[in-house]
Design a protein. Structure first.
Length: 162
């Protein structure tokens, strides 16, 4: 009898773990990557929960193919006087990447959490993973969380990879 309870409990736990979204891979942490503002680390950290809440309510956007205009989909707002953005840069020449606020909030939170382990958060960049489907864009969707800035990297166009 105790063995069957243990087995049932282990199965429930394994299903719950399997249902969790894949953790995005953070490539680099930037600390206070901020060329145009004088935000303190505390002001930025205090604004992040409001930013995540705002992102969760945002609709879908599309990062077009890397060879087309619009290969960056940007979400930005000002919380407590701090302008924060999280953006996806599509480096795929063949396919667009559809994102939504929930997935981008998941990415931004993951970047902050993983970068805090290194004491360099909350800003950085990592590879996009869709919250609902687990789709990872094969490392060609780069998500950047930073203070608002309009300077972007060029696309590193990759053909026939998806």
């Amino acid at each position: 009898m105790p063995r069957s309870i243990f087995t049932a409990l282990a199965l429930r736990i394994s299903f719950a773990i399997a249902a969790l979204p894949a953790q995005p891979v953070v490539h680099e942490c930037h600390g206070l990557w901020d060329n145009n503002h004088n935000y303190s680390r505390d002001a930025i950290r205090d604004a992040m929960p409001g930013f995540y809440g705002w992102l969760d309510t945002q609709g879908s956007k599309t990062a077009q193919r890397a060879v087309d205009p619009g290969f960056i989909a940007d979400y930005r707002t000002t919380i407590n006087g701090v302008c924060i953005s999280t953006s996806i840069i599509n480096n795929n020449c063949d396919y667009k990447i559809d994102v939504n606020g929930k997935a981008m909030a998941f990415m931004a939170k993951s970047i902050e959490e993983q970068c805090d382990v290194q004491n360099k958060g909350p800003f950085g960049w990592g590879f996009y993973v869709d919250y609902d489907s687990g789709y990872n864009s094969r490392g060609l969707g780069w998500v950047i969380t930073q203070a608002c800035d309009d300077s972007w990297p060029e696309s590193a166009c990759a053909v026939n990879v998806l």
